[in-house]
Design a protein around this ligand. Structure first.
Ligand code: SAM
Length: 232
């Protein structure tokens, strides 16, 4: 992306998000989130499956991996995955779920292909770049687009970035039919918010799409999916 990685850039497209306080989404918030949830997320995100299924496995970073459904799926296809999350509870669940998802319903030996890391992605940075950096619905305390800039910087030349996020729609809050399903406003983005930050001299955008998704309580949420290849 064109923004300075890790700069905490507050650019949010045309929207003024200055009124939004994202500081509530800190470590304590996410620990409480995971301690209060039922462990619903072992299946991989379908956008990941669709977008990455055709890529040649290499090294991958999953930023905000939660219970690790995506990391296990990647590992099951031969990727060597660094899976990072701020929540100890989420990572404990991921570790308990154990093996890689090899697609036949049999959780086999992870074979060391997932490296679980408990860290705050707003301050932690890897000492290497990856063939794939992916993030799904992660919203940290820093501005959402600055977060995407930050993780994009960790994509190696020739590698891919996959962002799966919450779509911002005019009218602000109210993506679902119940307020409990709504993502926080400052965590929502448009496709243009993301693609405009991907310098065409550096990135080849291969997917930029919006998708409805069924959520709890019968509501419908909307995802943005952007996959881009970093030019060699
Ligand atoms: C909505 S959950 C999504 C989890 C998983 N990616 C999925 O799609 O099921 C967002 C995840 O981001 C993690 N997260 C939030 N802020 C973070 C930060 N600063 N550093 C690392 N992980 C963070 C949370 O702990 C949580 O697991």
């Amino acid at each position: 992306m064109s923004g300075a990685p890790g700069s905490g850039d507050t650019d949010s497209g045309d929207r003024d998000l200055s009124e939004f306080d994202s500081s509530e989404f800190d470590r304590a918030y996410w620990e409480q989130h995971w301690q209060g949830s039922q462990g619903e997320a072992s299946a991989p995100n379908p956008h990941l499956v669709r977008e990455v299924g055709g890529l040649t496995p290499g090294t991958a970073l999953d930023a905000g991996c939660g219970e690790g459904g995506e990391a296990r799926w990647l590992a099951g296809r031969g990727w060597h995955v660094t899976a990072v999350d701020i929540s100890r509870e989420a990572l404990a669940r991921a570790a308990a779920l154990g093996g890689v998802d090899d697609g036949d319903g049999d959780a086999g030996d992870a074979g060391g292909r997932v490296h679980w890391v408990e860290a705050d992605l707003t301050t932690w940075a890897p000492d290497r770049q990856y063939d794939l950096v992916t993030t799904h619905y992660a919203h940290p305390t820093m501005p959402q687009l600055g977060f995407y800039d930050r993780v994009a910087a960790w994509v190696a030349p020739g590698g891919s970035l996959l962002v799966v996020g919450h779509l911002h729609r005019e009218g602000g809050h109210g993506h679902g039919t119940t307020s409990t399903d709504d993502p926080p406003e400052h965590a929502t983005v448009t496709l243009a918010d993301i693609t405009e930050r991907l310098d065409p001299g550096e990135w080849d955008v291969q997917t930029a799409s919006e998708h409805p998704r069924s959520a709890a309580h019968g509501s419908t949420l909307h995802d943005v999916v952007v996959r881009a290849r970093r030019r060699d």
